[in-house]
Design a protein around this ligand. Structure first.
Ligand SMILES: Nc1ncnc2c1ncn2[C@@H]1O[C@H](COP(=O)(O)OP(=O)(O)OP(=O)(O)O)[C@@H](O)[C@H]1O
Ligand SMILES: [Mg+2]
Length: 261
């Protein structure tokens, strides 16, 4: 039997009466770069949070390299790097302290953690501010710090929830390169982004979620052939069709106070 890097089996999460994730089953093979797309509120972050052990599922199973996350969380988490949604960092640490701390927590010897931290801070253009407290950082600086902390231990499976959101073009390019290199070294990457161009450029496979359910999945070529526009379809065409929003994006006849064109 194949062992998947990431596997969700019937994953479900309720918030009161709302079903945020609805019986979701998906598999990601080792070494894949998997893009997880969906409209705002579709259930992407909820899915990731369950897969990485931050949010308990209402039902279903999460397996990381074959290890059940909720039955054996420590062993599963050792294989992971996570950039969660939001900015829940230790605000009273500096970036340098936080990235080193993450490295050591994941089992790196202190010296290695320190050296890798310096290299990451330099690459992400954080060195000048590395001793400032995270609480005083800008949004993008926090995100880059969180990213450095997620990859410092060279994880086998990396989860990134909107890594490019709020990131400038220079760091965006650096991050894309780093992700490519991690993948070349065999890491599996599972990431969400609303920037379809980035997804198209990086991902070997894409899954689309709407209302908590997986509504399309495949390589870019497979998704294109499923779309109306055939081989010319962009990821945006595929996406809008899959989530049933292709006819909903027109603003004509809406926002009466803006007048008619
Ligand atoms: N802690 C929570 N309590 C109550 N409802 C929640 C909670 N977290 C998420 N939800 C609900 O679950 C649904 C899915 O939210 P989720 O954050 O997973 O969406 P998303 O796909 O990540 O969206 P976005 O693209 O905006 O980040 C939404 O309806 C949201 O309101
Ligand atoms: Mg989200």
């Amino acid at each position: 039997m194949t062992e998947w890097a990431v596997e969700a089996r019937g994953l479900t999460r309720y918030f009161d009466k709302k079903t945020a994730v609805d019986n979701l089953t998906l598999q990601v093979a080792e070494g894949e770069f998997y893009g997880f797309l969906g409209p705002n509120g579709a259930g992407k972050s909820t899915t990731i949070n369950m897969l990485v052990g931050l949010l308990r599922p209402s039902a279903g199973q999460c397996l990381i390299t074959g290890i059940d996350m909720w039955a054996n969380p420590l062993a599963a988490k050792k294989r992971l790097g996570v950039l969660p949604d939001g900015n829940n960092l230790y605000q009273r640490l500096s970036a340098r302290e936080f990235v080193r701390f993450s490295g050591v927590m994941y089992g790196l010897p202190k010296q290695d953690a320190a050296q890798r931290t310096e290299e990451l801070l330099d690459l992400l253009d954080l060195t000048d501010d590395a001793d400032k407290l995270i609480v005083d950082y800008s949004h993008g600086m926090r995100k880059k710090t969180a990213l450095a902390a997620a990859i410092v231990h060279n994880p086998r499976v990396l989860f990134l929830d909107e890594p490019f959101e709020g990131i400038d073009a220079i760091s965006g390019r650096v991050i894309r390169d780093v992700l490519r290199r991690l993948r070349e070294r065999g890491a599996t990457i599972f990431f969400t982004s609303h920037i379809l161009e980035v997804v198209e450029r990086l991902c070997s496979r894409v899954g689309v979620i709407a209302d908590g359910r997986l509504v399309a999945e495949g390589s870019m070529d497979e998704l294109r052939t499923q779309a109306e526009h055939g081989a010319d379809a962009t990821l945006e065409d595929v996406f809008l069709r899959a989530v049933g929003a292709a006819d909903e994006t027109s603003t004509e006849g809406r926002l009466s106070w803006l007048g008619n064109p």
